[in-house]
Design a protein. Structure first.
Length: 512
């Protein structure tokens, strides 16, 4: 085994018919293995702990084969173990190759995952910080806090006017900057909530930092170790960020009751919008992970294609769907068929309204620049205008980027299929039995051009990306910082009985 790799055990609360086994890799990623491969890794670790390799290089494999045969009831030889090492385990970064050479460790690259990450707080600092707040998840404290949150929300929105407060705040550059800072503080506290929930469950949270999601700066917390928890512990980790947003709202309402500052009231409104956005089940927000952890399926996105092929194209169930229990299949199907139509409409709205949105943004930027130049406090006015312009243009930049990626993807697919078709025609020209070969090529071309196998997935995921632009952005003259987003992405490598699935670092993320 590679140094630092740890055996975790069965994935609790799994939605698979045969629960996978988890291995925590030395670089912080979690890998799902079928039972046979997991037993092979256990046998390898046993022999490694017993004394390592011998000079001939064969005896350890033979001994591992004997241990694996005893634990599984099947006969394995040293050649079988070498095959598992070279073809299955080493490519996943779990072991070295049979000749002792180190593997090229793969890194998961989830769709719309966080990019350009930088660590701000190391793991030790996160452990200390999360320990200061883990007690807030005790049942009695939790009930009291949720009751206080309900009272605060009812009092605020039933007796006060956040809209009037917003109009007052937008006329004062200082107030705009204070709202931006408070919203950033709420986003950072959201990440502390994920880490504290992870520690309360008895596992160690990782580092905290910042990165870029599409085009937006974002905070994140590494909570990969929450995979060690059962279903309840994982969902508690998912909800920990929103729960801490609620605690932040309580503090803001208490301060507002004492001071009456409209800045605090607008910050309450912004934090509530942040909480609502977090519970959306579309992209890798907290709501998405609540569904994923409820059904025990780490990555819902990889089932979009199989669900569409079965539900829309009426094809036989994909092998990946057969591996799931019945009720997770139903939940994932409902998620796909509910979310996709809405996102398709949003994608159309963005495309149709793009010129109008760009024009509105331009005039708003000109207005903000002119107002900042004419203001009585130049430094604060310019800073306030810069913040508003930044969060005005980022959604448009994100929409343009996503649309460009979709067009580029469609172009690459068309070019690839044209080249494949040209190659098939060249092959047919060189064959003697032309008629039989033409029939075969027609069948192969029909298979390669089937839209269910490739096209729906990028188009659907493009719709999801654009929905993020709408949910996080919008076009408005004054926009606060991005709401925090839970993007604990986990993608998988397909595998058969001896295959493995790689799960990347799970993160809770919020804008920086």
């Amino acid at each position: 085994m590679t140094e630092g790799t740890e055996l975790v055990g069965e994935f609790e609360g799994s939605g698979y018919r045969t629960p996978p086994q988890l291995v925590h890799r030395f670089d912080g990623q979690v890998v799902q293995l079928p039972p046979l491969l997991y037993e092979a890794v256990k046998a390898l670790k046993t022999r490694q702990d017993a004394g390592g390799d011998t000079p001939d290089g064969l005896r350890p494999l033979s001994r591992t084969a004997e241990d694996l045969s005893r634990s599984t009831g099947r006969r394995f030889t040293a050649d079988h173990v070498a095959f598992l090492l070279d073809q299955k385990l080493a490519p996943l970064g779990i072991t070295t190759y049979s000749d002792g050479s180190p593997p090229d460790v793969p890194r998961a690259d989830p769709f719309l995952g966080l990019r350009f990450r930088a660590v701000v707080l190391p793991e030790r600092a996160t452990w200390v910080l999360s320990g200061l707040f883990a007690w807030l998840f005790r049942p009695v404290v939790l009930v009291v806090a949720l009751t206080a949150l309900a009272i605060s929300e009812i009092w605020t929105f039933a007796t006060r006017s956040p809209g009037l407060a917003l109009a007052q705040v937008m006329t004062d550059p200082t107030s705009v900057l204070l709202v931006a800072l408070l919203t950033l503080a709420s986003s950072a506290f959201h990440e502390v909530g994920h880490a504290a929930a992870c520690r309360y469950g008895g596992v160690r949270p990782g580092h905290m930092g910042c990165g870029v999601y599409v085009v937006w700066p974002a905070f994140y917390t590494d909570v990969t170790n929450s995979y060690r928890l059962g279903r309840g512990g994982r969902i508690r980790t998912d909800l920990g960020g929103v729960y801490f947003n609620g605690l932040f709202v309580i503090a803001l309402v208490v301060l507002y009751a004492r001071t009456g500052s409209p800045v605090l009231l607008v910050s309450v409104l912004a934090t509530n919008l942040e909480m609502m956005q977090q519970l959306l089940p579309t992209l890798r927000f907290d709501g998405y992970y609540i569904i994923a952890d409820l059904v025990g399926i780490p990555d819902l996105f990889k089932y979009i294609g199989p669900i569409l092929k079965r539900a829309v194209l009426r094809r036989p169930p994909d092998r990946r769907l057969d591996a799931l229990k019945r009720w997770p299949q139903l939940v994932i199907t409902a998620w796909v068929l509910t979310v996709l139509p809405v996102l398709a409409i949003q994608l159309g709205v963005v495309v149709v309204r793009m010129p109008e949105l760009a024009t509105t943004a331009w005039y708003t930027v000109v207005s903000l620049v002119a107002g900042a130049a004419a203001g009585g406090t130049p430094v604060l006015a310019v800073a306030s205008a810069a913040v508003q312009i930044l969060f005005l243009l980022l959604p448009l930049a994100g929409a343009v980027l996503v649309l460009w990626q979709l067009l580029s993807l469609a172009g690459r697919l068309l070019l690839r299929r044209r080249r494949r078709g040209r190659g098939d025609r060249d092959d047919r020209d060189g064959r003697d039995d032309r008629d039989d070969q033409d029939d075969q090529d027609d069948r192969e071309a029909a298979t390669s051009l089937e839209p269910g196998s490739r096209m729906p997935v990028p188009l659907v995921l493009g719709g999801l990306a654009v929905s993020t632009v709408l949910a996080l952005g919008g076009v408005a003259p004054a926009r606060g910082p991005r709401p925090t987003a839970s993007l604990r992405g986990r993608s998988h490598l397909k595998g058969d009985e001896c295959g493995g699935q790689e799960t990347n670092v799970r993160m809770g993320v919020g804008p920086a």
